[in-house]
Design a binder for this molecule. Structure first.
Ligand code: ZN
Length: 89
């Protein structure tokens, strides 16, 4: 588990907020499972043809296709997202 908040760098306590996202391999109509052959990504960018615009790779090759990040509190999560979005400007 990630041990420090990516926004303020404080050690993550036992109470925290998180987001997780990714992919699961569907095994039947009702179930899906993690799969070591999946590689997760989380990218922010511009959809245009101007290659001079910045983009942000938050994750490029997440093991098992799973992306999970932990933050001290919702304020840290919000500020971290805002910081990532501002990198597109
Ligand atoms: Zn924090």
């Amino acid at each position: 588990m990630q041990t420090n908040c990516p926004h303020c760098n404080k050690e993550i306590d036992s109470v925290f907020v998180y987001f997780n996202t990714g992919a699961l391999r569907r095994i039947n109509e009702h179930s899906a499972v993690m799969d070591e052959n999946l590689s997760g990504f989380f990218h922010l960018g511009w959809h245009d043809h101007d290659s001079n615009h910045p983009s942000v790779d938050i994750e490029k090759d997440a093991q098992n296709g799973q992306i999970e990040m932990y933050f001290c509190n919702p304020d840290c999560m919000e500020n971290w997202f805002v910081t990532q979005i501002r990198k597109l400007k």
